[in-house]
Design a binder for this molecule. Structure first.
Ligand code: IPE
Length: 259
């Protein structure tokens, strides 16, 4: 089993509200099909989630009528993006079975309180490709919370122990500093927890409601503990995702297991 997360920055225009990158979605679906191995697919929300979630401060929970309306809107929007991705996967005969986190997962102050993995296990065993995504979900303490695709990657890695987990980003991997701001930023080929202090993390963009890059990297170490291999690759480079999933040596950052 292989686990892949299509990041929101690759499948959407992150700064343009509800704007999908349809050609990238189609190409990546083709690359996933070319791997010819059972897959679990997670995708981020990008501009179908972060912009409104940040505008209405949905990561803080709260249950006013205005917040509920915004939460419901974001839930509907991320389903719209999911529909585009599912259609692209079905077009290449990956038999996508979409499993919305809002239906199967509940959080407790942002951490997983319960998750029904049965739909994932059963659809996967029947030869479907389970697909899930960053969403607004129930939170027993906050009312609702944002659930990131990264948190779903962790839960699925724990349950399925995939051979490989691949994070698909719009950059080559993790750099010593933000490559979009610093020309001297260097790509890290492999990173272990001890290397974290060497990275100059820039503060996360204002619209990123699911936390800092550093927090995401820490979660990746946890995911790496449940997978044979864990890496970040650039989904904007043709066939890189395909080759990474096949286990070829590609440009990217490998996340080492353990401390
Ligand atoms: C975000 O999920 C979920 C919502 C904002 C509703 P992710 O954090 O996994 O999405 P990307 O990959 O950063 O866009």
């Amino acid at each position: 089993m292989l686990l892949v997360k299509l990041g929101g920055s690759v499948v959407t225009e992150k700064d343009k509200l509800r704007t999908a990158r349809r050609p990238a979605i189609r190409r990546l679906a083709g690359e996933l099909a070319a791997v010819r191995q059972p897959l679990l697919v997670v995708h981020g929300a990008g501009s179908f989630g972060h912009i409104l979630a940040s505008r209405h401060r949905l990561n803080e929970g709260g249950s006013t009528p205005a917040k509920r309306a915004a939460a419901a809107r974001v839930q509907a929007d991320v389903r719209d993006l999911d529909r585009l991705i599912v259609d692209a996967l079905n077009a290449v005969r990956l038999a996508a079975a979409s499993i919305p986190p809002s239906a199967v997962l509940s959080l407790d102050d942002g951490s997983v309180s319960s998750m029904d993995l049965t739909p994932f296990l059963e659809f996967a065993s029947m030869g479907f490709t389970p697909v899930t995504f960053g969403d607004v979900v129930r939170d027993v303490r906050r009312g609702f919370s944002i659930c990131s695709g990264d948190l779903l990657m962790l839960e699925l890695a724990r349950a399925f122990r995939p051979d490989r987990a691949v994070f698909v980003a719009d950059v080559d991997g993790l750099f010593t500093a933000d490559p979009k701001r610093r020309r001297d930023a260097r790509l890290l080929d492999k990173i272990s927890e001890a290397d974290l202090s060497k990275i100059e993390f820039s503060s996360a963009k204002r619209t990123d409601v699911t936390g800092s890059i550093e927090g995401k990297v820490r979660r990746m170490f946890e995911i790496a503990g449940h997978t044979g291999e864990c890496l970040i690759v650039n989904g904007n480079v043709k066939n890189r995702v395909r080759d990474a999933l096949r286990g070829r040596r590609v440009v990217g950052t490998r996340i080492a297991r353990g401390p």
